[in-house]
Unconditional design. Sequence first.
Length: 298
Amino acid sequence: MYQKYHRTRIAPTPSGYLHLGNVLSFALTATLARRHEARILLRIDDLDQPRVRPEYVQDIFDTLDYLEIPWQEGPRNTQEFVRDYSQLHRVEVYRQALESLKEQGRLFACNCSRSGLQAKNAAYNGGCQIRTLPWDSQDVCWRVYTDDHQPLSLKTYGGVLAASLPSDQQYFVVRKKDGHAAYQLASLVDDDYFKVDLIVRGEDLWASTLAQLHLARLAGIHRFADATFFHHTLLMEGPQKKLSKSEGATSVRYLRKEGKTRSQIYTLIANMLGVEAPVTGWEELGNILLDRQLAFRQ
């Protein structure tokens, strides 16, 4: 008998029009939720306000409705989202988490620029740890200590794994220079806040999962550490390029303008992953791909 989960989530970012890769993730999330009797929360991640546009928020609802992807919790339209569910309503929750980490001595301030690090073609090495910069200086972000090299325990859909924090996540940022929580902290806090225990995301976010598990251990957020993770394969535009949000040929908005039906959109996703068969809806697509991925792992 399948394990039951309490809640999973669909968590798009309104920084562009949704594409086929988003739909793949949504379909797999909805399929796993149905298999495990979990409720689906729609959580729109809009904390990066300079990149958010109202038409991108509306596109999320339009796409989910058109493709008949279900969710049971969260906003039903843009008005409800802005009024009740925007991440801006949880800024105080993020601030409290940051202050707690700071008081525990888990963070340090840093004024290194991303462009400067890129110019040196080097990963950040934690050099600001010894500088004791004032926390609220201009152009200062907050980074987390990652000197604890204990392996991380990760509960995946296929079993428990041990992993280490990858090199590109050393001393990662938890508060940006604009004062807002960075993605790793906000995503972790949100999943804990909404009591999410099944997290479905692309395999490109494997490193982020490990970063968030490290942060959860430091912050004592045990619910997140006990969650189950499913990292799915990605849709690619080329050998080394995953799909990105755009108005191009892979955006659902474009395909709908071209007259594509739901079935044709789901079939296109299946075809891109090597499944040469017509697909009628999200659950059929999700079951085919989920069963195939699980069989491959065995």
